[in-house]
Design a protein around this ligand. Structure first.
Ligand code: TEU
Ligand code: CA
Length: 585
C-alpha cells in the first residue's frame, strides 16, 4: 500500500480496471445471513466465490453506510459507519480482505452531492443561521408572489418529484434538495465542507484498502451562484427539471480536479462517475486522462431509449437512435485519451431482458439473456454487470400490485398521479404500466439463489417481494444447465479476456446504420484483427449474409450455440461474432 504518495499518471496501473468486469452488489437484496429479511455483509462474503465464478473481477458495493434509508442508503448519515442491519465495521473490513484474498477488487459508492438530513453536519447546519456549518448546505430566503404568499427561491423540481426546496420553520429559510427532502445538497463552494468530504468519505476508506469509487451524481455538485429558474421543458408546469442548469456547473471541473489531487491520486485506484454529458467534448472534460479528474462515466443514454423520464412515457426503441447512442460512447476508446463503460442494468433500472429483448417465455428469457450478454461483452471499455442480470431475472410481473413497490421515486410518482388526477383509474393504470417497465424496484427485489422458499435469499421474511418467477429463474437451476444464461456469461467473459485486444480495446464502427432489425458493427484491434458482431433484435428469423460485409470470415460465437447458427440468416434474438480475414497483398 502506498500511503500519502502522489502517483504520477505513468505509474498508475490501469489495466485491471480497463479489462476488468464489475459486478454490482445491492447489499439489502443480495444475501441475508441472519434471517432478518435484509441482505447483509456476511451474506455478501458467503457469495464472493460465486461472484468470482461468474468471471467478474471487481465488486461494486452500493451504499452500505449508516443511513435512515429514505433512498436505500443514498442518504448517508455517517460516512465512516456501517448501516447496522448490514453488519459491523469489522464485517466491512473483512469484506475488503476477503475480496482481496480471492483476487477480486472492491469499490464503494461515493455519495457526496448530498447527505442525509440526519447527518451531524446537517443537524448543525439547520440548528441556527449562525452555526459554523450553516454554509455547508444550500440555504436561501423565501420569495413572495404578488399575493404575498411564500414561495421557494426558484422553480426547480426535485428528481423525486415536488419542489427541490424545503422550508425550515426553525430558521425561516429554504434548503435545497435535488433528491428527497431528507437528502439536503451540500454546498460545494464551502472549502471546509470539501475538506471534510475528502477526509471522511474518501480517504477514510482508501486508507482501509478499497480499490476505488463509483461516484454518485458526479455532474451536479456545482450550482450557479444566482440559482436561476430552469427553462420550461414540460409546458405549463410550475416546477421544471433543473438538469440543464445544475449539470457541469461553473466550478464542477475545478472541484473534481481538487478531489483527484487531494484524495484519489494518493492511491492507485479506479473512479467511475454516474453522469452523462450531452457531447463527446463535454464527456472528455471529465474522463480525458490528461485532465486528472475521473477515469470513466456511466452513460444514461442507452437506458433512456425506451422511455422519457421527465414526461413519464414509454416508447418503442428506435434502432437508429440506439446505434448512434452506442457509437457516441464507444468512440471514446481508441480515438481519445478517455475511457468508457457499458452497462444494461443497475439498481436504478428495470431488468434488461424485459426492456431491450423479451421476457415472454422461458425460451425467450434464456435467449434474451445470452443475446444481451453478447451486446454487452462486445463493447469496449469497462463492463458493469448487475446482480441477477447474469441469470436473466425479468421485471416483476403485472400481477405484483403497486403496494409491493418500495422505491421512494416510484411511490412519489404514483402518489402524485393519484393526487393530480383525483384517482382516475385510467391514469393510474398508465402510471402502473410505466412503473412495470422502468421502476427501480425491479432491480431491487432479492437475488434468486435457488428454488427454496424466498429464493434462498433469506430464512425470514424478505424486506421486499421476491420475483415470483424465482422457482424457474435462479442460480442453482442454471449452475448445472450448460445452456443457461449464467454459463453463457461465464463463457463470454472468458472469450472477452482471450480476445481483449478487440473486445476491450478495439474501435467500433457501425455498418448498418439504417437497418431497423439488425445491429451490425465491427471491432478492430490496433494490430489489425477485426471482429464483426451482428445482433438480431427481432423475435423473427431474418435473412442475413455476412458476405455483404466481408469476403472471408469465420464464425467465432453464436448466442444460440455455434452448431445452431444457420449461415445466411439470423435466428430470433441471435447474436453472432465473426472474425474477418483481410486479404494480404
Ligand atoms: O441516481 C441519480 C439519478 O437519479 C440521476 O438519474 C439523476 O437524474 C442525474 O444524476 C442528474 O444529473 C443516483 C443513484 O444511483 C440513485 O439510486 C439515487 O437515488 C440518487 O443518485 C440520489 O443519490
Ligand atoms: Ca440480514
Amino acid at each position: 500500500m502506498v500511503l500519502g504518495f502522489f502517483k504520477k499518471e505513468q505509474e498508475r496501473n490501469t489495466a485491471w480496471w480497463r479489462e476488468g468486469t464489475v459486478y454490482q452488489v445491492y447489499p439489502s437484496s443480495f444475501k441475508d445471513s441472519n434471517g432478518d429479511g435484509i441482505g447483509d455483509i456476511p451474506g455478501i462474503i458467503s457469495k464472493l466465490d460465486y461472484i468470482k465464478s461468474v468471471g467478474t473481477d471487481i465488486v461494486w458495493l452500493s451504499p452500505h453506510y449508516k443511513s435512515p434509508q429514505v433512498d436505500m442508503g443514498y442518504d448517508i448519515s455517517d460516512y465512516k459507519a456501517i448501516h447496522e442491519p448490514y453488519g459491523t465495521f469489522d464485517d466491512c473490513i473483512k469484506l475488503i480482505q476477503e475480496c482481496h484474498d480471492r483476487g477480486l477488487k472492491i469499490i464503494f459508492d461515493l455519495v457526496v452531492n448530498h447527505t442525509s438530513d440526519q447527518h451531524e453536519w446537517f443537524k448543525q447546519s439547520r440548528s441556527s443561521k449562525s452555526n459554523a456549518k450553516r454554509d455547508w448546505y444550500i440555504w436561501k430566503p423565501a420569495k413572495y408572489d404578488e399575493q404575498g404568499n411564500r414561495i421557494p427561491p426558484n422553480n426547480w423540481e426535485s428528481y423525486f418529484g415536488g419542489s427541490a426546496w424545503e422550508w425550515d420553520e426553525e430558521t425561516q429559510e429554504y434548503y435545497l434538495h435535488l433528491f428527497a427532502k431528507e437528502q439536503p445538497d451540500i454546498n460545494w463552494r464551502n472549502l471546509q465542507a470539501r475538506e471534510a468530504i475528502y477526509k471522511d468519505a474518501i480517504l477514510f476508506w482508501l486508507d482501509r484498502g478499497i480499490d476505488g469509487f463509483r461516484i454518485d451524481t458526479v455532474q451536479i455538485y456545482s450550482k450557479p451562484e444566482d440559482f436561476p429558474d430552469a427553462p420550461e421543458r414540460v409546458p405549463g408546469q410550475k416546477l421544471q427539471n433543473p438538469s440543464i442548469i445544475v449539470e457541469t456547473g461553473p466550478q464542477l471541473h475545478e472541484i473534481l480536479q481538487e478531489m483527484n489531487r487531494k484524495a484519489f491520486s494518493k492511491y492507485d485506484i479506479m473512479t467511475v462517475g454516474e453522469g452523462s454529458p450531452p457531447s463527446l467534448e463535454k464527456t472528455l472534460e471529465y474522463v480525458s486522462s490528461s485532465r486528472h479528474e475521473i477515469d470513466m462515466l456511466f452513460s444514461f443514454d442507452f437506458g433512456a431509449l425506451d422511455h422519457r423520464e421527465i414526461a413519464h412515457t414509454l416508447n418503442d426503441i428506435d434502432m437508429v437512435e440506439m446505434k448512434e447512442t452506442v457509437y457516441r460512447w464507444q468512440r471514446l476508446v481508441g480515438k481519445t485519451d478517455g475511457w468508457t463503460t457499458f452497462f444494461l442494468e443497475n439498481h436504478d433500472s428495470g431488468r434488461s431482458i424485459s426492456r431491450f429483448a423479451s421476457d415472454a417465455t422461458p425460451e425467450a428469457r434464456n435467449r434474451s439473456t445470452k443475446f444481451l450478454a453478447v451486446l454487452q461483452a462486445t463493447m469496449s471499455g469497462t463492463l458493469y454487470l448487475y446482480q441477477g442480470q447474469e441469470i436473466g431475472i425479468p421485471n416483476l410481473p403485472d400481477e405484483v400490485p403497486i403496494e409491493e413497490y418500495k422505491d421512494v421515486n416510484s411511490i412519489n410518482y404514483y402518489n402524485a398521479v393519484k393526487e393530480d388526477t383525483k384517482n382516475d383509474p385510467d391514469a393510474l393504470k398508465k402510471a402502473k404500466k410505466y412503473l412495470q417497465k422502468v421502476a427501480r424496484d425491479h432491480a431491487r427485489s432479492p437475488m434468486q439463489w435457488d428454488a427454496s422458499k424466498h429464493s434462498g435469499f433469506t430464512d425470514g421474511e424478505p424486506w421486499m417481494i421476491v420475483n415470483p418467477i424465482y422457482p424457474e429463474v435462479n442460480v442453482a437451476a442454471q449452475e448445472w444447465d450448460a445452456d443457461s444464461g449464467l454459463n453463457f456469461w461465464r463463457h463470454i467473459l472468458k472469450f472477452r479476456r482471450q480476445h481483449k485486444d478487440v473486445m476491450v480495446y478495439g474501435t467500433l464502427e457501425v455498418l448498418d446504420k439504417e437497418n431497423t432489425k439488425v445491429f451490425t458493427f465491427t471491432k478492430a484491434s490496433e494490430s489489425g484483427r477485426t471482429f464483426l458482431v451482428a445482433l438480431n433484435f427481432t423475435d423473427k428469423a431474418v435473412d442475413y449474409d455476412v458476405d455483404q460485409f466481408a469476403s472471408k470470415s469465420t464464425l467465432l460465437l453464436s448466442s444460440i450455440g455455434n452448431v445452431h447458427h444457420k449461415s445466411g440468416s439470423l435466428q430470433p434474438l441471435e447474436a453472432v461474432i465473426f472474425e474477418i480475414h483481410h486479404h494480404h497483398h
